[in-house]
Design a binder for this molecule. Structure first.
Ligand SMILES: [Mg+2]
Length: 237
């Protein structure tokens, strides 16, 4: 994750610096480029629903996002979970013990392929031989997406997973909720793909890094001025 180490963050300090950082850390190009979308539409970083920690998630998630659905409410058929500082201590590949009951509740509500872990560590090119992803799957019983592009750029790979699992009933991205602790990766991706975004604001361990402070500063600024997250839509399909 780029988030926990401010020295590796990719906020645009200036054109030449940003380009050289991207060359040194090619895996983070997705985050760097897509954060620029926020300049055109800052509300892309605003979540539809916010909780402090993972164990406060409402299940089913459609109950939380009710104001963003049709008259019947949103039709959330599948859930994507971030790992680091969402349901796990960063760099650990197991559910944080205090969250195990909530994790099991989610597995029951979204069985089999309806629950998917999409991490920017386990299951990416930084995960040699996908050893972390394999361990995480054994520890959680939940599929970990192997993806070539990091969040927020991997929405096509996420939707491909759901399309290949017809039992999920997912035919459109507004039937998916994305849960994570990062506004510039998890929430930005959810809004770019037209899904529901659920922000874990505080996570397992406090994050006082530069990126976290920028995220919270920008979202607070926008919310105080009356901005809101864009409505989930499915023109991505
Ligand atoms: Mg995270």
């Amino acid at each position: 994750m780029i988030a926990n180490n401010p020295t590796r963050s990719h906020m645009p300090h200036g054109g030449s610096t940003r380009r050289s950082n991207e060359l040194e850390h090619p895996m983070n190009v997705s985050a760097s480029i897509n954060v620029l979308r926020l300049l055109a539409n800052p509300t892309l970083c605003l979540p539809h629903y916010t909780v402090s920690t993972f164990d406060q998630l409402p299940v089913p998630l459609s109950s939380a996002c009710s104001k963003y659905g049709t008259e019947k409410g949103p039709d959330i058929r599948a859930v994507v979970l971030d790992k680091d500082n969402c349901f796990a201590v960063p760099k650990q590949n197991s559910v944080y013990p205090a969250y195990s009951a909530k994790f099991d509740e989610l597995r029951k509500a979204y069985p089999d392929s309806r629950l998917l872990i999409v991490s920017n560590s386990a299951g990416t090119s930084s995960d040699k031989g996908y050893q972390e992803a394999d361990l995480l799957e054994r520890n959680t019983g939940v599929k970990v997406l192997r993806h070539t592009t990091k969040k927020p750029g991997c929405h096509a790979e996420i939707m491909s997973h759901f399309r290949n699992a017809p039992e999920t009933g997912v035919t459109a991205s507004n039937q998916v909720a994305i849960v994570g602790d990062r506004l510039f990766t998890d929430v930005l991706m959810a809004n770019m793909m037209g899904s529901h975004s659920v922000w874990i604001k505080d996570g397992v361990v406090p994050d006082h890094g530069l990126l976290s402070r920028v995220e919270k500063g920008l979202s607070g600024f926008l919310l105080r001025r009356g901005y809101a997250a864009p409505n989930p839509r499915s023109d991505f399909e």
